[in-house]
Design a binder for this molecule. Sequence first.
Ligand code: SF4
Length: 327
Amino acid sequence: MIKLYDDIKVTKGVFCSTLIDLTRKCFYHLSNYNLELIQQGTNTPEDIICFLKQNELINPFESNISSFAPINVSYNNFNYPILETIFIEFELNHFSWFKNSFFSSLIDNCHISLVITSKLQMIEYKKLLSICSSILNVSPIDTIQISGFYLSNIVINDPRIILIEDKCYPLLKSELNFYREALVRHTYFNKNVFINNKGEIKNAPECPEKFGNINDLESIEELKEIISKPKFQKYWFVHKELCDVCKDCEFRHMCVDNRLPYQRQDGSWYHKTECNYNPYICKWKGEEGYQTLEECGVIVDENGFNINHKKIAAINTVLWEEETENA
Ligand code: SF4
């Protein structure tokens, strides 16, 4: 039997698998056929052994050796703070609440991410940057990220203020803390709060539910109280193993997905829109051979979840002829 290192985690999808290297923060994508050859460990082709050795994925020792401490992947064993990221839609006119005193009791390890939704004048930028610097001076947070519209020639002298690109979902991450979270939580909605440009408080921009207005709150403690309510945390626990299609995807322990999950009468979860990745044929949108879920015979909606296995097998035979013939 071939033994992978403990920091290499295998996630098996319906057709392909990932080997996530939690220490090097990278991953390898391989077919289930090749994964099974590795797991069986007998007659494993030389090129696969070579790949495992070259990337230092295998433990050369057959027996358990105490110096290889097992990795604790239990999310509940760690005391994570209630709040991790505050996303704020920035608009100067609606920004009176965004003052130092509000953030001075912010929790350690919490991030602020400002989203600028309309073009600002240089003078407004300067005001924003000065507010950010003064918040950073009084709160325990290390950085404030800014995304959205910003001037290309803007100069930021405070290294704690970082301009970032808009994110494109799904995002893939291969880190230990993220992996722990992904096993039991929805990695996009979990521990987030979003404040829109009217001051309305939501879990995330995609959520329809509102939980009051930030302008009516006196302190961050009141915000934490809102976040602690089970209704606010409705989507936090809808991890990918619970969602149709995602539960069959090899990226489910690496994925940040901003689509809102919906619950059927029977308690199962699904999405109303398709992801850019189709795990039944292992193809991303735009890749040669890509087909939508519907084209592959996968129907997912409020009525249920149906997979036409014969149709998928036929598509995969054409797409991946060599490997499926060998399987
Ligand atoms: S189907 Fe898309 S959203 Fe779902 S786990 Fe895979 S990559 Fe992520």
